[in-house]
Design a protein around this ligand. Structure first.
Ligand SMILES: Cc1cc2nc3c(=O)[nH]c(=O)nc-3n(C[C@H](O)[C@H](O)[C@H](O)COP(=O)(O)OP(=O)(O)OC[C@H]3O[C@@H](n4cnc5c(N)ncnc54)[C@H](O)[C@@H]3O)c2cc1C
Length: 442
């Protein structure tokens, strides 16, 4: 453990915390030891993955367990396609390793820098109406609890705790290992196409249902949309030359966006015009490569973000109301709204629990005001029973959230069983989950 407090921050740089101690265990045994020592000293414990959450979900003033050295592949079973990895391995590191075994993650989000356990803990998702969040493929987890026990959670050993641990907000213990059910290695063919917004929304269901993965970006003050339609295929990868990817990602997607954002931050009233420039610069693009190379994008321009999961049937209306909010209040919003889809699942605190889901995300460039916009956006999404992404900014509390998750009481019962003293709590979990309830007598 390091002797003096250090200041840590998230990817966006807008959440900062100074843990009393930091540990970077290299094995499960060491993890058990540091958690036990913290408990003896009366410290709370928080695990961190890659610290890519926009909320203070990973922050702590107690013991911070940096899991980045827990990054080994423990076992690969080709017959069941189940792969066991240590919790801190990043999705980026995992992709080529799985490909080496002719395997792939079923679906991914738009970056791959997250640690596996960090991605699961917040219900990280990609897009695709037939595909569930990443956590749905976690068929086993090893969890270090406050007592120093190592629980081997599987669908047979403790199915209720596994459903809770899949999306845990880090509030049940520290995950040391995860077993993921993978897919056979596949290729993705992606097609980005600028289109008029109205006709895209008129055919929204068709786009969503006829593509394996469909995503929509919409810039306020323009009537322009960019659709990203992706199909899974047995065709071999045909990667674009490296220089072309670099040119597209570094110069066009990130370079132009960065220039526009810096200009918009200096001259907010120019934002509507800048968005129209951005929309006019959108061009068609195609990519065909191994899935793990296509899902993840480069994100050089830093921003903060909020995202809500709403019933799929409300997608169009909710998006149109969000656009109207920005335009009516003349808000300087330089990033597009992002709309994605996922199948319902059963993790107790998954944002897609029990319903086919549309995710709508809103962003703001670093250094620009976001609160009034995010609160207005939240009000709209709440009117559809929206559930906030646990790793993205929101203003909800336990009181406003408990009725939005059908599995809420069941999660709290598992929490009371595994962490009765709140050793794994922080300000965020106290705010959104409330205090640990007294365990129910058997
Ligand atoms: C640029 C960018 C793009 C993003 N794109 C997407 C996207 O496409 N889809 C999406 O859904 N989200 C997306 N996110 C959000 C991101 O996926 C989540 O916030 C995710 O949780 C971050 O993973 P992490 O490893 O950084 O976890 P952290 O932020 O470090 O931690 C998140 C939570 O996981 C817990 N945790 C971490 N490791 C463990 C462990 N070993 N045991 C127990 N608990 C643990 C922490 O305690 C905390 O509660 C994006 C974020 C950024 C910055």
């Amino acid at each position: 453990m390091s002797p003096r407090p250090e200041v840590w921050s998230n990817w966006a740089g807008d959440q900062r915390w100074a843990p009393a101690q930091v540990a970077r265990p290299t094995s499960e045994a060491e993890l058990v030891r540091v958690v036990g020592e913290a408990r003896e000293r009366g410290l709370t414990v928080r695990a961190t993955g890659s610290r890519h959450s926009f909320t203070d979900i990973a922050a702590t003033d107690g013991l911070m367990v940096d899991t980045s050295a827990l990054r080994r592949v423990v076992a690969v079973d080709p017959a069941t396609r189940r792969v066991t990895v240590e919790a801190g391995i990043t999705l980026h590191a995992l992709g080529p390793i799985l490909a080496g075994h002719d395997l792939a993650l079923e679906n991914q989000g738009d970056i791959d820098t997250q640690a596996v356990a960090g991605a699961l803990a917040t219900a990280t998702h990609g897009t695709g109406a037939r595909f569930r969040n990443l956590s749905a493929r976690a068929v086993g987890m090893r969890l270090v609890t406050a007592d120093g026990d190592v629980l081997d959670l599987t669908e047979d050993s403790d199915p209720e705790a596994l459903l809770a641990a899949r999306v845990s907000l880090g509030a049940l213990g520290v995950v040391s290992q995860v077993t993921l059910e993978c897919s056979p290695l596949f290729t993705l063919e992606r097609h980005d196409l600028p289109r008029p917004l109205g006709e895209t929304l008129d055919r929204l269901d068709e786009h969503v249902d006829t593509h394996d993965h469909f995503e929509l970006f919409v810039w306020p003050y323009t009537r322009a949309a960019m659709t990203r339609s992706t199909m899974r295929t047995a065709n071999p990868p045909r990667p674009a030359p490296r220089w072309k990817r670099e040119y597209d990602e570094r110069l066009v997607q990130n370079g132009l966006l960065s220039l526009i954002c810096r200009t918009g931050r200096r001259v907010p009233r120019a934002v509507p015009h800048l968005n129209r420039v951005m929309a006019a610069a959108l061009t068609q693009a195609r990519e065909q490569d191994h899935a793990y190379k296509v899902y993840a994008c480069r994100r050089d321009v830093h921003f903060t973000e909020t995202e809500y999961a709403i019933p799929r049937a409300c997608a169009r209306e909710a998006l149109e109301r969000a656009i109207e909010l920005v335009e009516r209040r003349r808000l300087p919003i330089l990033f597009p709204f992002e709309m994605r889809f996922a199948a319902g699942d059963d993790a107790l605190l998954s944002t897609a629990h029990g319903r086919d889901t549309c995710y709508i995300a809103a962003h703001q460039y670093v250094g620009m005001g976001y609160e009034s916009f995010f609160r207005g956006f939240e009000e709209i999404m709440s009117s559809y029973g929206g559930r906030p992404h646990w790793g993205k900014r929101h203003y909800q509390t336990e009181a406003t959230l408990r009725d939005r998750f059908p599995g809420w009481g069941r999660f709290q019962a598992v929490r009371a069983r595994l962490d009765p003293d709140g050793v794994f709590a922080n300000d965020y979990t106290r705010r959104v989950l409330g205090p640990v309830a007294a365990p129910v007598a058997p």
